[in-house]
Every structure is written in structure tokens, then in C-alpha cells.
Design a protein around this ligand. Sequence first.
Ligand code: SF4
Length: 304
Amino acid sequence: MGGSFRLNLSWSASRGKEFARCPRENWFGRYASWGWWKERPRGKKFEVLMHKQLTSLLAFTGLCVHEAIERWFELRRGGETLSGDELYEEARERFREGWRASTGGLWRDDPRKCAHLIEHHYDEELSEERTGKARARLEAASRFFTDSPLLKTARDAHPDTWLALESLDSFPFSGVDVYAVPDFVHREGDEVHIWDWKTGRPREADRFQLSVYALFAMHKWGTQPEAIRLHAAYLGEGSVESREVSSDELEEMSENIAASLAPMQDGHYDPDEEEVDLSKFPPSGAPMECPGCRFRGICPEAVL
Ligand code: SF4
């Protein structure tokens, strides 16, 4: 990583959510570890990086499902397929590997490359009931993906019609890059179908994220709002919420993004050149958010 490398402000639905939860958390996540690769010997920045990479059991379970499904699509591109059992095995193998990396401390070398669970880091009890539930979720999600008629359109989409598969991309908005990683996008006739795989329960934030993907589709492929179909597939619960979007909704969405961006733009600075003004990143998550925050072990403002 060279010296001309700079920290640019960017936005994504999850980053916006993070800032709304606690601006100080956003500071830890975006600025406090900046330059860790130049730190000799490893010190504070590396420690922040390690905390930044912590993931919860629930989020890690979701990641394993996402990766297994991505593999399913890659095989499909080559004309092969995986049964529900095989997809579950793929997801379970990832889970086992991540669990071993997390408990065995393999993340110490490079925390970006290995799973490290919040629960392990903070010595929280991970009961058999909780891990059993995670396994059950992997299984239910795998089988729902391969077997449910509700996902037939996605499974049957010909590879020539695929527009995106878990690919990180962005579009410009108010001078910053807005990042979007739709799980799967394909074209069907005049319509563009955007899929989001969810392993958790339905939340309001899911709608928000899918609307960002709709804006992304407009920028990336010039899709008209009336041609966009959004699908939140709740694989663990076995349901799919499909909907259309209106121009009004997307306009409102743009206003929401601008409102979310404003305080982030106000606080943004170049950590290589400038001192931080922490008053721009108030610890407003306290006390509600602290008990679940991945930075609670290093944040002096944590209220536990
Ligand atoms: S520990 Fe609390 S105050 Fe500190 S970053 Fe996390 S949520 Fe914010």
C-alpha cells in the first residue's frame, strides 16, 4: 500500500446505519485504524483494526450462507449444480473453518482474512443452544435456497442474464462514492430483479438497503424505476418479500442518503494530515448500543 493512498469519504447503507447508531463507532471503524499497515511495531491502530473486524455469530452465519450461495452460482455458470444437502455442507464447512480460525487466534496475523467472533473475543457464553440455532439456520437457509418455488426465478435465470453477483460497486452521489453490493441481479425481459439474501429476521433497514440497490441499478444499467423488482429473501425464515419501487420512493431515498451523509461530510478529515476533532463523532450510542458494540473493549466512552 503506497503513500498516495488516501482515506476518502464514502457511503453505504451499513455505514450510514453505523453513524446513526453511534458516530464514535463510525470513527473507530473508518478512521482510527487508518495507517495500521505502516505502524511498527504493531500498536494501537492494529488493535483497532482487530476490533473493527469482529463479527457476531449471527452475522458470521449469514456470511457463510452468502459465500456458499455465491459458490452455487459459480458452479451454475459452469453448468453444474448443488443440492440442498451439498449447499448446506458448503456453508457448514465455511462455518467450521471460521470457528477454528476464531478460537485458534488465526486472525492475529491479519484480522481481515479470518473470522473472529465478538462472542469469543469478549468471552461471552456461546451455549450449545445458540450454536445449534446457527447450524439450524445454515441448514434451513440452504434448503430454502435450493428448493423453494419462491426462488425459482433467481435459480433459473440464465447466466447470460446475470448482471451482478456479490460484486462491490459504487455510484457517485453528492461528491462521494455510494457503495452497493447486491447479492444477485439479473435481467428478465425488461425487468431488472435485485435479490438480497437474508438469514436473520425481516427488519425495516432491509427495505432501506434494497432501495439503495435500486438507485444503484438506475446509475449502473440505466434502469427505469418501473422496471426494477426488489426481493428480500429471508432464507432462514423461509419467506420472500418482493416489491416494486416508485420514483417518489427513490427521490425520498436520495434525500435520506443526503441527510445521512451531511454529518459524515462535516466530520470527515484526512487522518494522514489532520488531527481528529472527536466532537464531530460524539459517542451517542451510549448507553444503549455499547453492550453490543465491537469497540466496547477499547472505547473510553463505553457505558456497560
Ligand atoms: S462503545 Fe458505545 S460509545 Fe463507544 S463506540 Fe461503541 S456504541 Fe459508541
